[in-house]
Ligand binder design. Structure first.
Ligand code: SOE
Length: 396
């Protein structure tokens, strides 16, 4: 039984991300030694029956039907925001100003203006030991964390190219019904902010270089979709029939853009990005390839326990090496299973909780900070601005 001080969590929202975060809060202290003991104290949702059922299923001790109650409660230390992006700024700023730590799902906000206000509130709160993180969970996939370790060790040399794709296909069916993710007033953007944001954060984090300019194209292939009662969750393919009333899709279905990186001393790298929900057959192919002067690496989330690495120092016929990222010395892996057993999507969220709780326990800034997430927001805005202006080059 741990003697660690409790960290009492209040979570807002209980859909896909709420389920992933709940699993992480429950699991992290069982596999990692943490300086604080997370407690699933309360979950908030507007629908009383829905939130009670979610609390029962996901293991939360109490429920609220208004997130503001979580902010008011003195038995809550941290607010975990698992709601659509249009609610992030109001909830995060209120929580930080009330002295509660914050974990906020990605993207940080639906606009740069909101992200700037959130970052200011986070930096003000940090002066009083109130800390915050944005949930770019792919940083905690062991293979991507190993990729960053290789770049930081200089094993790729100077970075020349970044190639990032995030390919899903859950909207390929023109009759797949509406969801909040297709409503700009809720999601802020479509594939660009939902999955492109992950690629932007991962590319900047792994390489240590920020994107400084972009040229972009956005496309919406299906401009109206059947309304299926309330906006359904991710890919809700309920049989709504082609005669159901249809609503306007107000976000991008796909985004492609080229990018220049700031590269520090040497000339920055250049990158090519793609995010789509129409790559038929690709289910969650979050891919990153980095080419340097000494080596290259490649990652595909659909084979998430593997990092491919090409070392120019080896004979050319050595080709790309397939590293099975399951050795105890690999990031996070040692706390789980013996070598070769592999991890899954949910482990990234558990590792996110481990790093957040450890940083809070040690009183230091968790990463990615809101400022890191603001940089991603600036890239998202530059992509939208470029696409709206004949793909003109847009500085970030
Ligand atoms: C939907 O595209 C989604 O659930 C994203 O919102 C998540 O951030 C990603 O991890 C999986 O796909």
């Amino acid at each position: 039984m741990t003697t660690a001080k409790p960290l009492r969590v209040g979570m807002v929202g209980y859909a896909f991300m709420g389920a992933a975060h709940s699993h992480a809060w429950r699991t992290a202290p069982r596999f990692f030694d943490l300086p604080l003991q997370p407690q699933l104290t309360a979950v908030a949702g507007r629908n009383a029956d829905g939130v009670r059922a979610a609390a029962e299923k996901l293991g939360w001790e109490s429920v609220e039907t208004d997130w503001r109650r979580l902010i008011e409660r003195d038995d809550i230390d941290l607010i975990d925001i698992c709601t659509p992006g249009n609610t992030h700024a109001e909830i995060a700023i209120a929580a930080l100003e009330a002295g509660k730590h914050v974990l906020c799902e990605k993207p940080l906000a639906n606009s740069v203006e909101e992200a700037e206000r959130m970052t200011l509130a986070a930096e003000t709160a940090a002066k009083h030991g109130v800390l915050s993180m944005c949930g770019f969970s792919y940083r905690r996939t062991p293979a991507l964390a190993l990729a960053k370790r290789f770049v930081d060790q200089g094993r790729l040399g100077e970075i020349r190219h970044i190639r990032a794709q995030y390919l899903q296909d859950w909207l390929s069916d023109a009759n797949a019904p509406m969801t909040w993710r297709l409503d700009k007033s809720k999601s802020g953007s479509g594939s660009l902010g939902d999955i492109g944001a992950h690629s932007i954060d991962a590319a900047q984090w792994v390489t240590g270089q920020n994107i400084s300019g972009v040229s972009a194209l956005l496309e919406t292939f299906v401009r109206e979709r059947p309304l299926a009662g309330d906006l359904v969750g991710l890919g809700g393919h309920g049989d709504v029939g082609s005669d159901a009333p249809r609503g306007a899709v107000t976000v991008d279905d796909a985004a492609i853009f080229s990018a220049k990186f700031d590269g520090g001393a040497s000339p920055g790298a250049i990158g090519v990005f793609e995010a789509t929900r129409y790559a038929l057959g690709r289910k969650n192919a979050m891919r990153l390839e980095v080419n340097g002067t000494k080596g290259s690496l490649a990652f595909d989330f659909e084979d998430m326990n593997v990092l491919s690495f090409y070392d120019a120092a080896e004979s050319p016929d050595a080709g790309f090496r397939k590293i099975f990222v399951t050795e105890p010395e690999h990031p996070y892996v040692g706390n789980w299973w013996p070598t070769g057993h592999g991890l899954g999507y949910e482990h990234g969220f558990t590792h996110q909780v481990v790093d957040l709780v450890t940083a809070i326990g040690e009183g230091r800034q968790p990463e990615p900070s809101f400022a890191d997430a603001l940089q991603v927001q600036r890239v998202l805005a530059a992509v939208e601005s470029s696409a709206a202006n004949s793909s003109q080059w847009q500085k970030v």
